[in-house]
Design a protein around this ligand. Structure first.
Ligand SMILES: Nc1ncnc2c1ncn2[C@@H]1O[C@H](COP(=O)(O)OP(=O)(O)OP(=O)(O)O)[C@@H](O)[C@H]1O
Ligand SMILES: [Mg+2]
Length: 247
């Protein structure tokens, strides 16, 4: 199993890049793919164009409330596993796990316990895991897993965005996460000038061009699964993944 994560300041194209990555993996027959939406303001489902499943936090909450009424012969852990697998199954060639919003530290603790125990096992049944993160990365150490093969950090070509890249990059080291490669992706979707006027904390790995089709689909509330093959952003992601993954 290889795990690809996306992080970056708000609105820099994290979810778009995560969705394009899922699409590219599926079109290259690199499934099964597990897409994880780890952003509490989740919209990976919408960006992919599927309905959002019940979140992990909701499932954990329901299971913890029904512990006394579990089907005979099934323990809490098995039941949770069953409920999670039931919720994440999509019919479009990938599964989608939405982490959801936690209600407080108590829930985090309970989620932590169950997640640490089962997330690794769950992820192991996929060839690729693609994780759309919230801007900060603290949750990686708190919740699911500390390991990523590649972390793409998305940014626009502005100073604040690049300062965020620096912070996220430093955080990957401070939290002692096990990340194979950290790569900077500049997204040109804003009206900002195309060429970078500043030095970047990391070399620019690739640039996501402005993509009319993505923008139109987003405005129309449509997903990216049927994005045309010649979409400029899709082309860049597809070529980059081929390069990075050696496929
Ligand atoms: N290369 C692109 N071309 C056209 N539109 C884009 C491109 N990248 C992103 N967008 C659009 O910009 C908006 C923000 O992108 P996206 O939701 O992927 O950012 P995000 O970093 O996930 O945001 P958030 O921090 O809110 O989760 C979306 O409407 C998306 O469709
Ligand atoms: Mg997002």
């Amino acid at each position: 199993m290889a795990k690809i994560g996306v992080a970056g300041k708000g609105g820099t194209g994290k979810t778009t890049l995560a969705a394009l990555t899922v699409v590219a993996l599926l079109r290259n027959n690199l499934g099964p793919v597990l897409a994880i939406d780890a952003d509490p303001n989740s919209n990976l489902a919408e960006t992919l164009g599927v309905s959002a499943p019940k979140s992990l936090v909701e499932i954990v909450d329901e299971v913890s409330k029904s512990i006394d009424r579990l089907p005979a012969g099934i323990d809490k852990t098995q039941y949770l596993e069953y409920r999670v697998r039931e919720a994440i199954t999509e019919d479009k060639g990938f599964d989608l796990l939405v982490m959801g919003k936690t209600e407080g530290p108590g829930c985090y603790c309970y989620c932590n316990h169950l997640l640490r125990e089962h997330m690794e096992k769950l992820q192991d049944s996929y060839r690729f895991v693609v994780m759309d993160n919230e801007a900060g990365l603290e949750h990686l150490s708190r919740r699911t897993t500390r390991q990523l093969d590649i972390l793409f950090i998305t940014a626009l070509a502005d100073r604040n965005s690049l300062l965020s890249v620096q912070r996220i990059y430093e955080m990957t080291k401070k939290l002692d996460l096990d990340i194979g490669q950290v790569k900077l992706v500049i997204n040109e979707h804003s009206v900002l000038p195309k060429s970078l006027q500043m030095s970047t904390p990391l070399p620019v790995f690739f640039t996501l061009p402005f993509d009319q089709e993505i923008w139109q689909k987003s405005c129309a509330g449509k997903g990216l699964l049927d994005l045309p093959e010649d979409s400029p952003s899709y082309q860049v992601v597809q070529k980059t993944l081929k390069l990075v993954l050696g496929i």
